[in-house]
Design a protein around this ligand. Structure first.
Ligand SMILES: [Mg+2]
Length: 263
């Protein structure tokens, strides 16, 4: 079913969460957008993966191209990833950071076959995140987007499915509120993001919950937003506001991606 826009859930979560990454809040009562918000590495890498798919580039080259073009995003890049970007011959570094999961959403929209989604998610991850947990995090997020957007699984089946297929135990929201600290791993981020989606009743609440748990807020909200977008729709006014934060070339990729995959 055609949506107002796709591939905007991760950028919106990233932008909303950006100002809380190093200044956590523990409430859902905050202004979604203000002048302190901006896109971070999560948006840049999400666009890079989408660009690779829609314009037939390989994931590695597209990530390098985009990240080198935007060398100093708000919040910066993780240390190893920064080194990867600037090295002469960038090689995978066995990462299980949440970077593979936050950038993967385009895969869940572009491919229409479960095995292909799994394969492409792995390919998008392993150029940097070739640790099994790094690959798993990307596959889990992409597959959930694919299955939720196609109605293959319902929201209520998501937790069981995630546990059966990926072995993740999704912590309760209460546990998360009590324990969540800054955690940049896939296995520490993906299950928390999924719980925010499960706990919420709409797209906006998903983003608000993801920010409210604290920790790596922009990435948590980017991943939760990318999953929630597949099940709900992003309210049109939020799509428009998100777009005002993005560069023209980012919007061009989102537009082309929508033309090809949003129907
Ligand atoms: Mg970030």
């Amino acid at each position: 079913m055609k949506k107002e826009s796709i591939l905007i859930g991760a950028p919106m979560g990233d932008i909303v969460g950006s100002r809380f990454e190093f200044d956590n809040i523990h409430t859902t009562d905050f202004e979604l957008f203000n002048h302190e918000c901006g896109y971070t590495d999560d948006t840049i890498c999400t666009i890079a993966v989408a660009d690779a798919i829609v314009n037939g580039k390989n994931y590695r080259d597209s990530l390098l191209e985009w990240c080198r073009r935007y060398p100093h995003p708000m919040g910066g890049y993780g240390g190893y990833f920064r080194r990867w970007i600037s090295s002469y011959d960038p090689q995978p570094y066995n990462s299980y950071g949440n970077g593979s999961a936050m950038r993967v959403s385009a895969v869940g929209w572009a491919f229409d076959d479960y095995e292909e989604v799994m394969t492409q998610a792995k390919m998008s991850a392993e150029v940097t995140h070739n640790h099994p947990e790094g690959i798993k995090g990307a596959q889990c997020v992409a597959v959930l987007i694919f299955l939720l957007r196609t109605g293959t699984i319902d929201k209520k089946d998501t937790e069981q499915f995630t546990n059966d297929i990926f072995g993740y135990t999704i912590p309760s929201f209460e546990e998360i509120k009590q324990n969540n600290s800054f955690n940049e791993t896939c296995q520490g981020t993906v299950p928390v993001s999924i719980r925010c989606f499960l706990e919420a009743n709409d797209f906006e609440e998903t983003i608000r919950l993801a920010v409210s748990v604290g920790g790596d807020t922009d990435t948590l909200a980017a991943i939760a937003g990318s999953i929630a977008e597949a099940y709900y729709s992003v309210p049109p006014e939020y799509i428009k506001t998100t777009e005002t934060y993005l560069s023209k070339e980012m919007l061009d990729v989102i537009s082309k991606f929508n033309t090809k995959y949003n129907f």
